[in-house]
Design a protein around this ligand. Sequence first.
Ligand SMILES: Cc1cc2nc3c(=O)[nH]c(=O)nc-3n(C[C@H](O)[C@H](O)[C@H](O)COP(=O)(O)OP(=O)(O)OC[C@H]3O[C@@H](n4cnc5c(N)ncnc54)[C@H](O)[C@@H]3O)c2cc1C
Length: 416
Amino acid sequence: MRYSGFKVLWEGLTGNRGWKPVWREPEPKESYDIVIVGGGGHGLATAYYLAKQFGMTNIAVVEKGWIGSGNVGRNTTIIRSNYMLPGNEPFYEFSMKLWENLEQDFNYNAMVSQRGIINLFHSDPQRDAFARRGNAMRMAGADAVLLDRAGIEKHCPFLDFDNARFPIKGGLWQPRGGTVRHDAVAWGYARGADARGVDIIQNCEVTGFVMENGECKGVETSRGTIRAGKTAVCVAGSSGRVMEKAGMRLPIESHVLQAFVSEGLKPVIPGVITFGAGHFYVSQSDKGGLVFGGDIDGYNTYAQRGNLPVVEDVCEGGMAIMPMIGRARLLRMWGGVVDMSMDGSPFIDKTHIDGLYFNGGWCYGGFKATPASGYCYAHLLARDEPHPTATELRLDRFLTGNIIDEKGVGAQPNLH
Ligand SMILES: Cc1cc2nc3c(=O)[nH]c(=O)nc-3n(C[C@H](O)[C@H](O)[C@H](O)COP(=O)(O)OP(=O)(O)OC[C@H]3O[C@@H](n4cnc5c(N)ncnc54)[C@H](O)[C@@H]3O)c2cc1C
């Protein structure tokens, strides 16, 4: 079924009896060409691009809960490509280009809203660092504009420019950044993959791998064994736990990251704004809620809930740039388990075990990467060679020293 304005009108006039389930609930088959472990944004996007771009449809996505129950439905929905290093920037810009055409591509309203992202700076050295980042972005074909204080005042007059500790001196603006409705991304990719024959199997937990002569031949699940020519893991915050079942220890830690939504307010925030002297980012949803977040909780955990010290820290960051946020009431908050790699950059790679592939290490930046991650993982699975924009997202980069230390925080990824 194709969705369109005409279809909505027609169904409205005829009692909404023509809508069909958006995906099937198939029983798992005995074997597939490819089994994707994890029905988050990345797993579903991988299945979609495998089917659409590479013509492979004998595929299952195996999800332990329901699709969208993980980080794809828990994030603060920000998309951007304001990265600096060559191993990252072309990949995230590729993702941005895929976002720009995504809704037409998978015929689903994902509310892609490119209202811009502004990273504020508060000191002269920080301005220099942002100018350098903006130049790197432009050299990679992305958009970046360095704004001075007057430029920021034009976009966001409500900010506290003269805060004694963190005066706002300007910001790096990416006009094409913005937000996307996160769960609609999971649903859109699921619908597109299902329509092409991919089996999306929910409530099916992978409990182990089928290993024969040192090769991975499929997965053991709570609903039986499923054999596969290739097994592609992308389970985000559960990466360590799942890959451990194949005897692999990853350069990844799991942490909880919290998100917050205020009561609905009149439109005030034009796009996404980030505080440059602490960790706070905010946008406003179409319903009016301020959607914001900040730092991870800072300890290793698999629990999808956080603690109050970080709530205080995040709210302090918000108060430093927009004190009026203190008048708004918090409506909802939740946590998600994020997979933090030791240089802060992700992996899309084959493992040393034949037939087993790994995608992870996205930490709190993987939502914006969803289209490119799916596309590049599909490319790797279909052709057994990395996509040109993902050649450096390798698992062995800590052995070879080719780390992608985007934020320059060295061996302290917990400070990201
Ligand atoms: C609070 C918060 C805010 C964030 N904000 C942003 C943001 O603004 N912008 C941005 O770019 N990124 C953001 N992120 C990060 C982003 O959400 C993640 O990096 C990304 O969603 C991870 O990829 P995914 O969608 O595939 O993960 P998930 O949706 O977590 O998918 C992984 C799936 O694997 C399943 N799984 C786990 N174990 C098994 C198993 N044994 N068997 C079968 N299935 C299994 C899980 O149930 C889950 O559904 C945020 C994350 C959080 C938590």
